[in-house]
Design a protein around this ligand. Structure first.
Ligand code: PLP
Length: 357
């Protein structure tokens, strides 16, 4: 039996995509072998790589002067790749809005001065700093933000206007709402939330930022080399790229990012409205900064939280335990979480509230 899986990542994938992958797993397009068994230089795999790239460009309206890369190492590897490729004068600005934003800043600090220009640590990352009142350095090579904070459940609804290229970790909200790619110098995202199984990382980089890497930048992390080789400099993560292609097709058939954004806003709206009107559950995030992908909530009692998670699991609503830094519960409701999943969660929450008054 399939459950409703609210995991923060790796997370639920569209059922239609899983079924399609299952149906062609043993014999991909009459090749007599699985996509996981064939050369990454074969015509068949190259077609997958090209289609995944083209579909992502179409879905996000990526301008032609940007490169799209499918690399490995997860978003965490990008914490180093970004400074190694872009920190040419040894200075960058970081806005720290959570655990991963902090990790990105700490990694960059190894290569230069990664200045924290704003942080929401003072209130346990429950808000996004006002981007208009931040004083950015006049000589930063780039400004780094985390567009959605997976653990704390916040998101930027407005991006800072910066002189230096804006770099965004979009791991937990890429393709969930429309963004104007040309507002960014670089976007990166681990795929294991809104796109594919873990193993592939998306990098979207403006071409004029290529070729600026530090001398110590490892070849594999060099964006220019990856771009020149269509992400096939070495053996790529073939299976996750193939699933990415299927997920992009699924999203396109659904109506693209605009359509999924409406669904995501609807799903998140249902859940937040219910929480706000309940006397048991609370969400501590500043309302205007609430994530539409990750919804943390607590009952106020650790014992009751544990009971909630146990009973929810028994009811087929799984992976709702909050991150240890926040506690309580967290419902990750990525693109592939159906509306029925959110409705089932709310029904369970109602019942639990009545039973535990
Ligand atoms: C916003 C964000 N950045 C970075 C990461 C780290 O990603 P990875 O595990 O792919 O290195 C995560 C993982 O959950 C995340 O949510």
């Amino acid at each position: 039996m399939r459950v409703f899986n609210f995991a923060a990542g790796p997370s639920t994938l569209p059922l239609d995509v899983l079924k399609q992958a299952q149906s062609e797993f043993l014999d991909y397009q009459n090749s007599g072998m699985s996509i996981s068994e064939m050369s990454h230089r074969s015509k068949t795999f190259m077609a997958v790589n090209d289609e995944a790239n083209a579909l992502l460009r179409e879905l996000m309206s990526i301008p032609s002067d940007y490169s799209v890369l499918f690399v490995q190492g997860g978003a965490s590897q990008q914490f180093a790749s970004v400074p190694l490729n872009l920190m040419t004068s040894g200075k960058a600005d970081y806005i720290v809005t959570g655990n991963f934003a902090g990790k990105a800043q700490q990694e960059a600090q190894k290569y230069g001065n990664a200045k924290i220009v704003a942080s929401s640590k003072d209130k346990n990352f429950t808000y996004i700093p006002d981007v208009d009142s931040i004083e950015f350095s006049s000589d930063a090579d780039y400004v780094h933000i985390t567009s959605n904070n997976t653990i704390f459940g916040t998101r930027y609804t407005k991006f800072p206007k910066t002189k230096a290229p804006l770099v965004a970790d979009m791991s937990s909200n890429i393709l969930s709402e429309e963004v104007n790619v040309s507002d960014f110098g670089l976007i990166y995202a681990g795929a294991q939330k809104n796109i594919a199984p873990a193993g592939v990382t998306i990098v979207i980089v403006k071409n004029d930022l290529l070729g600026k890497q530090l001398d110590i930048c490892p070849t594999m992390l060099n964006y220019q080399i990856q771009a020149k080789n269509d992400s096939l400099y070495n053996t790529p993560p073939c299976f996750p790229i193939y699933i990415s292609m299927l997920v992009f097709r699924w999203l396109k058939n659904l109506g693209g990012v605009k359509a999924i954004q409406e669904i995501n806003e609807y799903k998140a709206g249902l859940l937040y409205d219910f929480i706000d009107n309940s006397s048991l559950y609370k969400n501590f995030v500043n309302k205007k900064d609430r994530s539409i992908m990750n919804v943390p909530f607590v009952t106020g009692s650790e014992e009751l939280d544990a009971k909630f998670i146990k009973e929810a699991t028994a009811n087929g609503l799984v992976s709702l335990k909050g991150h240890r830094l926040v506690g309580g519960m967290r419902a990750s409701i990525y693109n592939a979480m159906p509306v029925e999943g959110v409705k089932a969660l709310i029904e369970f929450m109602k019942k639990f509230e009545l039973e535990n008054k």
